[in-house]
Design a protein around this ligand. Sequence first.
Ligand code: AMP
Ligand code: MG
Length: 267
Amino acid sequence: MDKYRVKPGTKIKLSDYDPEDKTQFSGGKKEAKARLAELIQRLGELQEVLYAEHKHKILVVLQALDTGGKDGTIRAVFNGTNPQGVHVASFKVPTPEELDHDFLWRVHAQVPGKGELVIFNRSHYEDVLVVRVHNLVPEDVWRKRYAQIRDFERMLAEEGTTILKFYLNISMDEQKKRLQERLDDPKKRWKFNPGDLKERALWDDYVSAYQDAINETSTKWAPWYVIPANSNWYRNLAVASVIVQALEDLNLQFPEPAEALDKIVIQ
Ligand code: AMP
Ligand code: MG
């Protein structure tokens, strides 16, 4: 899945990334389901060791345009993990109190501690995306944020955090299909937000904002992955593969017992 990692210093064009791409998996949907089941199980095992070792911190950032599949990814990829040690932080329109602080204030409060895995469902990136597209702050304010984000994430990484950032890349046609499903399917209607249509009209502005954010902040310590996301199964497989590989690379270990346990006799 290294194909999807945005190498630091390169300037990518999102139009070069095909939302339908499936080249990194040789099987079809059926084989993918079996492979995903293995990855989910492995992620569960690794997360248990992560929690037990109480050393590393894992931060997964999920960003996408509306209907991009953030919720579905969370449901599918993390369903083998233990809720003790894993949590999802969702970032909505900031409250008045949050707006009275710097943009990273509410974000910093949610980052993982030792042994924890935290998933950001939206994130500090909204402050260079929706905020930029809607001119919620002047340009000289949001422009500085790229460097502020790089510095913030480097600090987290130096403090033991593995940061993985995913942009779930859907096409405009796929969004149309998904919005229509939300209108048609009684079980999905609760997700339909008429405001999403206004955002859809700003599609090109969002894509430009995403492209700049990714180019400005894909670093060695906090890389971005542009994940083809028109197909749910491929998206889930890609995200799960990247996370499992990152955890494997940490060489997680159960902690050594404090004393020789073989001498202990339980009466
Ligand atoms: P949802 O994820 O569908 O529940 O929607 C959350 C909404 O909050 C989205 O429309 C985001 O763009 C918005 N949002 C999140 N963070 C910010 C932010 N920092 N400033 C303005 N809007 C935000
Ligand atoms: Mg929404």
